[in-house]
Design a protein around this ligand. Sequence first.
Ligand code: NAP
Length: 488
Amino acid sequence: MTSYSPPGDGPFAIPTGLLIGAQWTAAASGATIAVDNPATGAVLTHVADGDAAAGIAAVDAAAAAAAAWAATPPRKRAEVLLACFHAMMAEHEWLAQLISLENGKALPDARGEVAYAAEFFRWYAEEAVRIPGELAGSPAGGNRIMVQYQPIGVALLITPWNFPAAMATRKIAPALAAGCTCILKPASETPLTALAIAEIMRRAGVPAGVVNVVTTSTPGPVCSAILHDPRVRKLSFTGSTQVGRVLLREAADQVISSSMELGGNAPFVVFDDADLDAAIDGAMIAKMRNAGEACTAANRFYVQRGIHDAFVARLVERMGALTVGAGTDPATQCGAMINRKAVDKIERLVADAVALGAEVRLGGKAPAGEGYFYPPSVIAGVQPGSEILREEVFGPVAAVVAFDTADEAVALANDTEYGLAAYVYSTDLGRALAIAERIECGMVAVNRGLVSDAAAPFGGMKQSGLGREGSHHGLIEYCEAKYIAVTW
Ligand code: NAP
């Protein structure tokens, strides 16, 4: 089996095959997928290009391991997950370097991601022994209503490239805690992190077949084959709304339970009475974490007129001071975008906004040269109808619009098909909470720039998704509520 050793000391060479049951294997055809370094465009290595048969082989392995894993005592499952947490944290820096290398993000972002990702193992180790149950008397009397939460069965987990570690562990950990086995299909842009985590888990004691990994350049046919296998009972997807819609249709044929973590286009609402320093600090996190390549990234900045000019001036100053470069360079604060297509999309959205009357206050132009870079940018006076207010920019561009009244701010914030995250800044907590309740989205940060937390229910309304990850909600997504009517 082939493997890849990233620069620096690591615990093992990363297997670049398919993990099916106990074995790392090459694709039957011998085909491979190239993995690039976005900072240079150079190929780092190749991973196996699995086909539909590989997907079904992974279902075979997951199905074979399912009964034993479901019957493994929750305490034992918890111990395995806790071992995964410690094993992952022991390789914290190595994994962070790997994420920076294949994803392009700056090392501080990558280090933050490793800690966040590992936390799902610890959190779900703690949740595995707290799976709820219910017992009630029936209203009519005469019998009892007993509810058990049973593992739903084999799960297909599909993850994006922007958080290659955290999006994988946010699904694998609750699946395993609930007693499910799984097949992970990582993004083909960033498979190495997922492969490294799978090997860490294998070494930490996860039994063969409980976690299987299939990398592929043809996700449509491979995932379709998996979703049409009657042994598969769960789909959990994180990625674009566009692909989410396709997968919901695929899952419909076998009526597979589906959790969808989809796109976002978060509003960042700043009232006149906001603490400007705090709002700018929060904006820097909400906009620049992962260089804007986050589903929770603040994209649409709605700033009340009285504080607007000061806010824009300070944002330009802070974003303009960031060092852009290769993620693996310790000086870098804003890394590369994932690929050329991502840079082209940002350029298109900025050009459209400018054509409609927006003013570029910072950045606004991709540099020439190697790698896929876009500079931190601020565009102010963005006009209604601009594409950037409707489409996820997924890059380091803050689009700013002034508003006058609270009702106007709420209407602007809700004027989107998305409903994932939002940010509200005001020193009047009553007002901020009232606005938070009116914004149509799954998560609102009040006077802070970060919502992600393994202990919190993460997810969206409207076309940002279905279901929640993290917290006890995330575990229930992998359970079936079994009602037993009992007479005694
Ligand atoms: P994407 O293009 O939708 O891809 C996501 C995953 O789906 C990848 O593994 C991809 O494989 C796979 N895929 C693509 N087409 C498929 C198909 N027909 N059938 C099955 N799988 C398919 O999204 P992305 O560009 O990687 O990620 C960015 C998007 O994810 C953004 O919209 C972002 O907002 C969203 N996101 C949401 C959350 C959240 O929690 N709500 C978190 C992070 C990201 P390949 O890589 O091989 O194409």
